[in-house]
Design a protein around this ligand. Structure first.
Ligand code: ZN
Length: 329
């Protein structure tokens, strides 16, 4: 929990939002958490930012988390990715400026010939009317999914928002992040009910990034079921610190935002040990990819050389687009 909170607190535009207390104006009266998570999280960010506390005073925050996520109570180590997903949801609910009482989103049914950027705009407009928060704005991107029928060439198009990219780690000693991303975005052949043929057909499915988020979080999924057993994959993943270039995964989109496709690393949440027991630390840099890295290990803080940032313990990576400034939120 501490490691994830540290990485989020080093997300400059996100932290600044809470430091400036802008969240006070955005508390949603409809949130199941009644704004409590946002308030307690804001208090943690401000405490860390004040530099009076090098370590974390997060007792109240932990109590609130335990109230809404009983699975995160106690002193056991909880899965950092799962905690991150929950925390992001709670914060989004607490800070959502969208209309929360709208019916569920209609199924996407873009008429033939609609240019992709028009279809994407329609989806974005509908998403924004429901979900609008600092969490959405900073951490959510948009995927384009295309399914092409091999028989009649019918093209089915959908757009999906994404938060964390969860990348599988096939067994191997060593991977590069680029290889894992290529694997994630590669074309696949699937059985799919083609709407024109009106029957199951062999189709080609391809997913691409339509819109990148200002902050991209990548989860290296080390805990996957293999042969009916959950185990930890200890592969070393070589990930870039200064420059993660994502252009090759982004659709060439005429209405693209001005956000750079180049990202710098500023946070790593590390997991040590096995699936049953384990320990987390955070490596954080401010500003991103600087020479100013620190290791946060529960209540201890250490200086860290940037050459020691990449280890086989890396579990969740936090990247920020190089064109995204601190005042962007
Ligand atoms: Zn077809």
């Amino acid at each position: 929990m501490n490691a994830v909170v540290q990485c989020l607190c080093h997300t400059q535009p996100f932290a600044q939002y809470f430091v400036d207390e802008r969240h006070n104006d955005h508390i949603s009266p409809h949130s199941p958490q009644r704004g409590e998570v946002a308030e307690e999280f804001g208090a943690v960010v401000r405490a860390l930012n004040s530099r009076l506390y090098k370590t974390m005073a997060i007792k109240d925050f932990k109590r609130t988390v335990g109230k809404y996520g009983p699975e995160f109570r106690g002193t056991d180590q909880h899965d950092a990715h799962e905690f991150l997903m929950n925390l992001a949801d709670w914060l989004h609910n607490d800070l959502n400026q969208g209309q929360t009482r709208l019916p569920p989103m209609s199924e996407q049914n873009h008429s033939i010939g609609t240019p992709d950027h028009i279809a994407a705009q329609e989806v974005q407009t509908e998403l924004n009317s429901r979900d609008r928060s600092v969490v959405r704005k900073l951490f959510y991107g948009l995927h384009r999914n295309v399914i092409l029928c091999k028989t009649c060439n019918e093209r089915s198009l959908t757009f999906e928002p994404f938060f964390v990219l969860t990348l599988s780690l096939p067994s191997n000693d060593r991977w590069t992040l680029k290889e894992l991303l290529e694997h994630y975005y590669k074309e696949s052949t699937i059985e799919y009910k083609c709407s024109r043929c009106n029957k199951m057909r062999e189709c080609v499915r391809k997913m691409d990034i339509w819109e990148l988020p200002p902050v991209l979080i990548i989860h290296l999924n080390r805990f996957e079921q293999q042969d009916y057993l959950m185990s930890k994959n200890p592969s070393f993943v070589d990930f870039p610190i200064e420059l993660l270039q994502l252009s090759r995964f982004v659709v060439n989109n005429p209405k693209q935002s001005t956000l750079s496709h180049e990202y710098s690393l500023y946070g790593v949440c590390n997991h040590y040990g096995t699936i049953d027991g384990g320990h987390y630390t955070a490596f954080c840099s401010s500003p991103p990819a600087s020479n100013n890295w620190h290791k946060y290990d529960d209540h201890e803080v250490y200086d860290l050389r940037s050459s020691n940032v990449k280890t086989a313990a890396a579990y969740v990576l936090f990247y920020q687009s190089i064109s995204f400034g601190i005042r962007g939120a």
